[in-house]
Design a protein around this ligand. Sequence first.
Ligand code: ZN
Length: 254
Amino acid sequence: MSTAFLVKRRGAALLGGLDAAVRRHPADQARLVTFHAVGNRVDGDVHGIYDLTPAEFARHVDAVVGAAEETGLPFLSFAEWPAPGIVVTFDDGYADLVGTVAPVLSDRGIPFHCFVTGDRLDAGDPRYLDRAALTELASVPLAGIGAHGWRHSPLDAMQADERDNDLLASRSSLEDLLQRAVDTMSYPFGRVNGDVRNAAERAGFVRAACSTWGFAPPACDPLLLPRIDLWAGDSPRTVRHKVLGHWNWFGRLS
Ligand SMILES: [Zn+2]
């Protein structure tokens, strides 16, 4: 992990603690939390924050459950947004969603939404869900499936045709396999601008999550929903503070 990030992270945790001492954030606003891998190496994870151990994942979930109890917010599926609640999301479609994540969340009765990259299903990379594993995941009662790009490339860096084709392929590849509508997505690398947002809407997506930090109250554009990132190395206190809103100023730093 880079020293600069470590310093920023420690400072953020300190400021989160100070915020917690002086402020109560609205308890009735939806918040979407983001995880990535649980036990699978994440490409480009220069700060070492996106791959949790199974034990740490379970601790994070317990801390989120604690924050849910504190706020009185229920856990909701992504389809229930903008109802006030906590929505648990996963980016990238790692293979651990089936064997590790689904049992932990199913045992606790927590719905979760998995954004899956289309071309990884056939890539032969054991870190990611393949077709059989995604089909199994989609059969889990509390699991929702959304798209996360066809190639996991920044959509804002593509030519318009390429971008539109990527969005359509990201959706149709999942719909063809699962034989169900897929109308939700998250943007690869959180990279989105007005053109990408509008292209996602034209491609048939009705709800899309980005990586902007914060709560997602009903006034949010449904195709630009902020989220709260939960990281490896976060203490239970930090996870709680993040869900309660004490890191909401963090978006202005990142
Ligand atoms: Zn991603």
